[in-house]
Every structure is written in structure tokens, then in C-alpha cells.
Design a protein around this ligand. Structure first.
Ligand code: ZN
Length: 216
């Protein structure tokens, strides 16, 4: 490692900070970068440089986007009356990869985790409740109009995920009662092992769990 030129060493050390990358892989990747055409490297560097400033949260669903509203919420062919609530953007990507779901999402960016001092107010639960409240309380011609058919709670099947789902379910029930509306609240039917992560679930398993979801 010490025999590497300084800039190559720096890049290797940076790559080593990425998840799942050890020293050997980091070195290999750094050498690979060195062999790329200058133009590709510059483009890559510019993209990385603007990653933070260009990426923001969709103001509808908190998904990551370069615009105000993400491509999923802009897609009129999707069913906007079915909302799947996920912990992380990576979970959303798992559903999208399998092309098994045609509704929209809401991303919490975390889960309730008392041991690590993460409470409901630390993730985007209130924003979700506000959104649901707004969608179900609008009046058309004096009649109440529900613009949500179903909310699918797709938190991971671990203790924190379960606690988060229960908390949201109870708060959503309050919204239903308050607005005098009905929509289904469901939880994925887990063929997934307890403690498994949605991020790593194959799409067949995800498809089964979304098809067999239960009212919660
Ligand atoms: Zn969105």
C-alpha cells in the first residue's frame, strides 16, 4: 500500500470506506479507475461532486429526486390511491426492480428504534399523516372524497419495523376516524424470514408478500 502513488492511495482509502469493500477490492477498483479514459473519469468525478446538491427529497413521497416531484409520483399510469410505506429508498427500489407494484410510495427514511434514540418525530411519520389527512379530507361538491384506497405498511419484519408499523397503523386509524373515511391498512404477508431485510429480498418473495398482504 505504501508503494502506491499518493493520489492512488487516497482513492483506494476512500473506496475502502464504502460498505462491503475491503482493502484488496479498494486497490483493485482504484487501479481500474486509473485505466479508464480521462473523459469518463472527469464525468464520473463531476457526477459525484454534484451528488449531494442535485439530490433532494420528493415533496410528495420523500423519495430521492432531482426535481420537486419524483418520477413515480409524476407517472399518471400508476395507481395513486394505493400508497406503500417503506423505511428506505432502497426498499422502494426492491419493489421497482421486480416491476410487481403499480401504486405509489411513501419513504420514512428510518424506523422507530428506541434503543438508538430514534422516535416517531425523527423520521417522516408526521408528514405521512399530514398527507393522508389532506388526501382524505378534501371535499368535492360538499361530499367527502377519499383519494386513498389502501395504505400498505411495508416495514421490515424485525422488531423496530413491527413497532413502526403498529405506531403508524394506530395513527392512521385516528385519521380515518377524524375524517370519517375508509381506506384499507394492510401489512405485507411475510414469506420473508423474521429479521430479513426487504432490500435483499428477491422479487419473487416480494411479489408473494404483496399479493398475500393482510388487513392490519
Ligand atoms: Zn415522490
Amino acid at each position: 500500500m505504501n508503494t502506491l502513488p499518493n493520489n492512488l492511495k487516497q482513492i483506494s482509502l476512500f473506496l475502502e470506506r464504502l460498505p462491503g469493500i475491503g482493502e484488496k477490492t479498494a486497490n483493485r477498483l482504484a487501479f481500474y479507475l486509473l485505466r479508464l479514459p480521462e473523459r469518463d473519469l472527469k464525468e464520473f468525478a463531476e457526477t459525484i461532486g454534484s451528488l449531494k446538491s442535485k439530490t433532494k427529497l420528493c415533496r410528495v413521497c420523500m423519495n430521492l429526486t432531482e426535481d420537486e416531484i419524483c418520477s413515480i409520483d409524476k407517472d399518471t399510469s400508476r395507481d395513486h390511491e394505493i400508497i406503500t410505506v417503506v423505511e428506505e429508498v432502497l426498499d422502494l427500489l426492491s419493489f421497482e426492480t421486480g416491476n410487481i407494484y403499480k401504486g405509489v410510495y411513501y419513504v420514512l427514511h428510518g424506523k422507530i428504534d428506541p434503543l438508538n434514540h430514534i422516535g416517531p418525530e425523527d423520521i417522516y411519520i408526521q408528514q405521512l399523516l399530514d398527507r393522508v389527512s389532506e388526501l382524505t379530507s378534501s371535499r368535492v361538491n360538499g361530499l367527502k372524497k377519499t383519494r386513498i384506497k389502501e395504505i400498505i405498511l411495508a416495514m421490515n419484519p424485525d422488531m423496530e419495523g413491527e413497532a413502526t408499523a403498529m405506531y403508524i397503523r394506530d395513527r392512521l386509524k385516528e385519521v380515518k376516524k377524524h375524517n370519517g373515511v375508509y381506506f384499507k391498512i394492510t401489512r405485507l404477508a411475510y414469506g420473508l424470514p423474521i429479521g430479513a431485510s426487504l432490500e435483499y429480498a428477491d422479487y419473487m418473495t416480494l411479489q408473494k408478500s404483496i399479493e398475500g398482504r393482510n388487513e392490519y
